[in-house]
Design a protein around this ligand. Structure first.
Ligand SMILES: Cc1cc2nc3c(=O)[nH]c(=O)nc-3n(C[C@H](O)[C@H](O)[C@H](O)COP(=O)(O)OP(=O)(O)OC[C@H]3O[C@@H](n4cnc5c(N)ncnc54)[C@H](O)[C@@H]3O)c2cc1C
Length: 294
């Protein structure tokens, strides 16, 4: 049995992640409609093929050995509806967060400026409880539509079990189809556009935006900033192959060009071990490892 829509075989995933590393997907598809997504999921279920979902690939490290089964990239599921009465925007899973943030500001809707510097999709934000500048997904999400076991369910933030950079979707398989966010319309667009621009400028000047990365590699442990612990452990600039602890922001591990996923993984392990030895704190990765790193 084959899906009735195009899919490709042996696709290099490096091109689909912000780290620019990773091996091939056995099967790969980028559905542009929900109907195509449903067909692919039905096909994968019938084939008993494992399914891996990628949004913008901005918080993943994909193994050099690639991934078995079907990789579904949701980034072309676009579109949003803006309800002036309720101040709620419902956006498809593949909608880029920065686009959502800019559009909200243009409309004078307050609530999403924090998302402007996060280079992920709506689906990825729901799963990761993405956040920045004091705001986060859990705070502004009304509900998310999720494909689970062949059914579409609507989940509230409480049902998603949100905590810092965590949702239950990180442990329970599901595909986020869309998400509804609560904003407050009626603000001055010029003020919101300036605030949104300021947030973006701050990010671009304090983080190594120009090099491939996954953003912050580690969650901040209680009472500490992971970046500070790494910096105080003397690891800024430390390199394995072409993977480097960023000299600008120590919680970023960047690909200087030509790094492999294994280099990055080995550097993550080295940072963890060094910080544990120096501070007695076990840093927990925020980045999601996909595939085999053993
Ligand atoms: C330069 C840079 C800066 C960053 N800054 C921040 C920041 O300030 N704050 C922050 O929170 N994060 C930040 N990140 C990390 C990342 O952008 C966020 O975690 C983002 O929410 C991930 O979205 P994504 O679409 O790229 O998800 P991906 O990286 O593609 O996937 C992440 C996880 O979500 C799952 N997933 C993705 N889409 C779906 C879907 N539709 N259904 C089910 N599962 C799905 C994947 O399987 C994976 O487990 C940064 C990353 C970079 C590269």
């Amino acid at each position: 049995m084959t899906p009735a829509i195009p899919y490709q075989q042996q696709v290099m995933l490096a091109e689909w992640t912000t780290y620019r590393v990773g091996g091939t997907a056995q099967w790969f598809a980028c559905p542009r409609t929900l109907a195509d997504l449903h067909r692919l999921l039905t096909w994968a279920t019938a084939e008993q093929a494992p399914v891996t979902v990628l949004g913008a690939g901005s918080n993943v490290l994909v193994s050099d050995r690639g991934i078995e089964g079907l990789v579904l990239c949701t980034r072309y599921l676009r579109g949003a509806t803006w309800d002036e009465q309720t101040g709620q925007v419902t956006a498809a899973a593949g909608m880029p967060l920065p686009q959502l943030a800019w559009e909200a500001a243009r409309r004078g809707w307050q609530g999403l400026a924090w998302a402007v510097g996060i280079p992920g999709t709506v689906g990825g934000a729901v799963v990761m409880n993405a956040g920045a500048q004091g705001g986060c997904t859990a705070e502004y999400l009304v509900s998310a539509e999720v494909w689970m076991d062949g059914h579409i369910v609507t989940l509230t933030p409480a049902e998603l079990g949100y905590s810092y950079r965590f949702s239950k979707l990180q442990i329970t398989p599901g595909v986020v189809l869309s998400a509804c966010w609560q904003c407050t319309p009626g603000h001055n667009p010029a003020v919101l556009l300036r605030q949104t621009g300021d947030y973006l400028h701050h990010r671009r000047t304090t983080q190594p935006y120009h090099l491939p990365s996954c953003g912050s590699v580690f969650r901040n442990p209680p009472n500490y900033k992971a970046g500070w612990l790494i910096e105080q452990s003397g690891l800024k600039g430390y390199q394995i192959g072409q993977a480097q602890v960023s000299p600008l922001h120590a919680n970023f591990i960047v690909n200087l060009g030509g790094a492999t996923a294994q280099h990055i993984y080995d550097l993550i392990c080295h940072v963890q071990a060094t910080v544990a030895q120096r501070w007695g704190i076990q840093l927990q990765p925020e980045v999601k490892f996909i595939g085999d790193f053993s």
